[in-house]
Design a protein around this ligand. Sequence first.
Ligand SMILES: Cc1ncc(COP(=O)(O)O)c(C=O)c1O
Length: 367
Amino acid sequence: MTINKAPVPGPGILDIAPYIGGDARLDGIERPIRLASNESALGPSPKAVAAYVALAGEIHRYPDGGAEEFRHALGEHYGLDPARIVCGSGSDELIGLLLRAYAGPDTEVLYSRHGFLMYPIGAQSVGATPAAVPERDLTADVDAILARVTEKTRIVFIANPNNPTGTYLSGAEVARLHRGLPSSTLLAIDAAYAEFVNRNDYDAGAGLVEHAGNVVMLRTFSKIYALAGLRLGWAYCPPAVADVLNRVRGPFNVTAPALAAGVAAIDDVEALDRARAHNDRWLPWLSERLAGLGLPLTPSVGNFVLPRFPDTPGHDAAAAFEFLRARGILTRKVAGYGLPQHLRITIGTGEEMERVAAVLAEFMGRR
Ligand SMILES: Cc1ncc(COP(=O)(O)O)c(C=O)c1O
């Protein structure tokens, strides 16, 4: 037996650059303005909070591992078949489960160049090779993705809309992408920000899931439903994929308070409408203000913007990040996404938006 040897992780694990979340704390400032993680501006539905609190006396019980009530509530709300829904501890978990089940050593996973980082991280963690496909105008390029598919490609991930770029593919473009893929390659459409989109040609992908055996739609309660801290996501799948995910997931992977809050949140249509109306007002407002300061932006359809800063030292993205930070405003650096000249800024409350616009005006006005 070999002694004095440290345990060795699987192939590729130590090559993973760990995911770095947005800052949440700022020394010396009790309540910083938190615009770094695309969380909700308005907070959760009071009904969801009440449902969560009501479960406090029951947390010695295991949750319903089949998430019956939640899946049926989703099915009713979205007009979907509950049997095709699989729940996860956030959509992050579902991304990982898809990779664990369908990818592995000697396979490839495609994602667009500035796509959500959990796709390459998750791929590496199962020993698969992530391949970043170049984008066009910070938008996923269907032709480039199709040209990159090989017999080793197991999953193509598309965040639609994408984080951090805020850009999206129309329903027709996603359908064209799907048509070009072999039936053995899974298309994972990650629609985490779907509820914010107000474009007529957008489609989150449920119809495609129902008509194809190789499309999965991922959704989350972390964004417009404002339950990021509870970790609640779901996948809409072909029956065979739902069966696979149900085999590999933990039996109680979603907590009881998360499920209860999720059911109440679905029911609170007014809270959803308020959140959407808020974003519809402040997303264009902030976009126009920043453009007016000379900061180019690609049009975002999510709850965040991605201004590009000048290259000049003192006015670049790193300087802007520090300038905002010194004034109690947390934003997200996106150099890890291959976007060193940009910052991602979440749509917060109206007051927060006015403040961030004023501070950036001051920053851009500096000599
Ligand atoms: C595109 C995208 N997918 C998935 C997630 C993960 O969400 P969840 O909180 O459900 O794990 C995020 C979170 O930022 C995201 O931006």
